[in-house]
Design a protein. Structure first.
Length: 209
């Protein structure tokens, strides 16, 4: 068996690279940091990183069974599509009110927001199925015991590092608060809408077969 450190590094690198492209999670981190402050952004990042562990674990345990379910279950796909379209409409129509540090905070859980967005992300498990398949081309991994824990710890660290980089970049955007907040709103709404429409199209395709 390989060294547990190798499992950790492979999990961290795979997750870090997978988290870099713009998607609903990292855009939510950016939006939260711009609208409020870095600590709220870290809350969202931490929540999303914890959910990523569960999604990677589900992919390891169930693999293609989950992928097939996501592709063929019409009701589930439809619900996910409607959820993302509703989120896109809400984000697009909501007027941003950036809050500088010291001006107060809204009484809501940014950690819970991160959990929700990450849990609704339909690409996560298929991504991990693909990533695990790619990893198996180079490493003969056995996801058991300390090796599984090391891999999942790497997944958590990789995700958190990637999202932390978005928090740091978002600090610059806070110097141009209102314009940046509106831009991030539009970008996040567009990404959510594209995901929702894509899920809806997949649902219609399955129904038409």
């Amino acid at each position: 068996m390989a060294n547990p450190l190798l499992y950790f590094l492979v999990g961290a690198i795979a997750c870090f690279l997978g988290a870099l492209p713009f998607g609903p999670i990292n855009l939510t981190v950016v939006k939260t940091t711009v609208d409020y402050d870095r600590w709220r952004g870290y809350e969202v990042a931490l929540a999303a990183s914890l959910v990523e562990i569960l999604e990677a674990l589900v992919a390891i345990i169930f693999g293609l069974v989950i992928s097939t379910f996501l592709q063929t279950n019409v009701i589930f796909s439809g619900v996910i599509a409607l959820a993302f379209i509703a989120l896109a409409i809400f984000v697009f129509s909501r007027k941003s009110r950036p809050v500088l540090q010291g001006q107060g905070t809204e009484p809501r859980s940014f950690f819970a927001q991160g959990l929700l967005i990450a849990a609704l992300n339909p690409q996560a498990i298929p991504f991990w199925i693909f990533a695990l398949s790619a990893i198996s081309q180079y490493f003969v991994f056995e996801y058991v015991g300390i090796y599984l824990l090391s891999f999942l710890a790497g997944v958590f660290v990789g995700k958190l590092l990637a999202l932390t980089s978005f928090v740091i970049v978002s600090e610059y955007l806070r110097t141009h608060l209102q314009a940046s907040a509106q831009l991030v709103n539009r970008m996040l709404a567009a990404v959510l809408l594209i995901i929702g429409i894509s899920q809806g199209w997949n649902t219609v395709s399955v129904l038409s077969q």
